[in-house]
Design a protein around this ligand. Structure first.
Ligand code: FAD
Length: 470
């Protein structure tokens, strides 16, 4: 990339203005001609190729305020990046200002008070590492290189949610820089409506600089892993799985995966590339108890591989990392369904057998437990009553074959359409305003829109699953 790229030239910010920004900014301000531009403009999804005019790498709240005010003054399109894992690449832009929070990676654990302060550039793995040193955890997601910020602002689902709730259910407060560059704290006692909106409403209301979470006891050893069967067995496995989880304890969280067996050291060479269905699980409680609970499913039928074992929670948290490497081409379709009916199982079995890319997969998330016990209107997150959440990933290493995988994901999702009940906002691509509205439902959407009117009436923060001010 050079300065000749028209996407960059489309922004008119004079050299004097950029020099003034640099002078008042503690972190780096990177333009297309600077070292590091290529590295820092990239996001996780390799199919997204955008070129901001400026990248403001913030080191703290003052930098964020300066950057927000600069963007406003120069009427720049503003993108905000935490971990850069937005599926549709909403955390970057062409020709605008990228507010990059990744250098803000501080984690402060208070094990006695069981709280943790987390800056907005922290990744899940960094958070888990620090909290697990004390046998504590914040419920978060399942890939350790995902950003805490974007995940939390959408809700946050993961391995220990059925025991301890969504990520937002452990949020005590959040600090935010508004579109005017003002600093605001939101909690149950301060700016309570904003606090409600931040727990699921995404990055619509400003730039969050810090989160404070309650911590929960966990491990550090947990019973976790996966059992694999041949995809030919999909219907039988799914029916047995449905019966097995019907009365399971909240400590158990499972995800059913369909894919071609990956080329990993733990997978025997003769299995690599064969279509498989797996039950992946984590037991957020006593290890022996976990072993008992898992026994019936692990023993079902004729598994081709069993990888369950007691292990550190931080190790299990990285189990999906190699399947979602930075820079590959990713496309996702998602929906919630109420139940694994026979009809849903038939769709799953049929479309799982059509997987052709070694990187394509589906994750079928078991919901419920503590997530479902929080009243639906307590937070902006919607979908607490979902039975299962589908994440259908049509992925490739490069542009080669990407269209085919996208079509497969769309076909799978469309076949599930009669059973859709909603969608998790963090699993949306850029699917348009109607889909964002569907993610929240009409009542919540109106409430979020009013909140947007209060905090960002000119829609400065629109590169997100946007809720226009209303
Ligand atoms: C590999 C992978 C695994 C995932 N696993 C899970 C999972 O287990 N559970 C789950 O719930 N979700 C999961 N997700 C979805 C994930 O929650 C979203 O993609 C989330 O947006 C990622 O957060 P981020 O900070 O990395 O994203 P970014 O791309 O940095 O940001 C995403 C959005 O949030 C906004 N944003 C980011 N930081 C801030 C901030 N500080 N203030 C205001 N707005 C901000 C951005 O502007 C953008 O619109 C996964 C995604 C990927 C790609």
């Amino acid at each position: 990339m050079g300065t000749g790229d028209t996407r960059v030239r489309s922004t008119a910010v004079g050299n004097t203005a950029v020099a003034a920004l640099r002078a008042s900014f503690e972190g780096e301000v990177i333009g297309p001609a600077d070292d590091g531009y290529e590295e820092h403009r990239r996001v996780w999804n390799g199919s997204i190729d955008r070129c901001p005019a400026l990248i403001a790498r913030c080191t703290g709240v003052d930098d964020v305020r300066t950057a927000v005010r600069f963007g406003r003054e120069h009427q720049l399109t503003v993108a905000v990046r935490g971990g850069g894992h937005s599926f549709p690449g909403l955390s970057t832009c062409d020709g605008g200002l990228l507010i990059d929070l990744r250098p803000m990676n501080g984690v402060r654990v208070d094990p006695d008070a069981r709280v943790v302060g987390v800056q907005a550039g922290v990744l899940l793995g960094e958070l888990d590492q620090r909290t697990q040193e004390h046998g504590l955890a914040v419920p978060a997601g399942i890939v350790s290189h995902t950003g805490v910020a974007g995940l939390t602002l959408g809700g946050g689902i993961g391995w220990i949610m059925r025991k301890y709730g969504l990520t937002v259910d452990s949020l005590e407060s959040a600090d935010l820089v508004t579109a005017d560059g003002e600093f605001v704290r939101a909690s149950e006692d301060e700016n309570a409506e904003l606090f409600w909106g931040l727990r699921g409403g995404g990055g619509n209301f400003g730039v969050v600089t810090d989160f404070r979470f309650r911590l929960h006891p966990l491990g550090p050893q947990v019973m976790a892993g996966a059992t694999f069967w041949s995809m030919d067995e999909a219907e039988r496995v799914l029916r047995a799985y449905r019966d097995w989880i019907a009365d399971c304890p909240d400590e158990l969280m499972t995800i059913v995966v369909q894919r071609l067996a990956p080329a990993l050291p733990v997978v025997p060479a003769e299995l690599v590339g064969r279509p498989v269905i797996a039950v992946v699980a984590c037991y957020a409680g006593n290890v022996d108890e976990g072993e008992e609970v898992l026994r019936p499913m692990r023993g079902f039928g004729s598994p081709v591989l069993d990888l369950f074992a007691p292990k550190p929670y931080v190790v299990h948290q990285q189990v999906f990392d190699p399947s979602f490497r930075h820079g590959c081409w990713y496309y996702v379709r998602s929906c919630d369904v109420a139940a694994l009916t026979d009809e849903v199982i038939d769709v799953v079995a049929e479309h799982g057998r059509q997987i052709t890319s070694p990187l394509s997969s589906i994750a079928l998330w078991q919901m419920g437990g503590a997530v479902a016990r929080v009243p639906d209107d307590a937070t902006a997150f919607s979908g607490r009553s979902a039975g299962f959440t589908f994440n259908i990933n049509g992925n490739t290493a490069t542009a080669d074959g990407f269209d085919d995988q996208r079509q497969w994901a769309r076909r799978y999702w469309t076949a599930l359409a009669p059973f859709h009940t909603g969608v998790y906002v963090n699993f949306l691509m850029e699917e348009g305003g109607t889909r964002v509205r569907q993610a929240y439902g009409d009542a919540k959407y109106r409430r979020l829109s009013a909140l947007k009117q209060e905090y960002d009436p000119s829609n400065s923060f629109r590169l997100n699953q946007n809720i226009p001010p209303g």
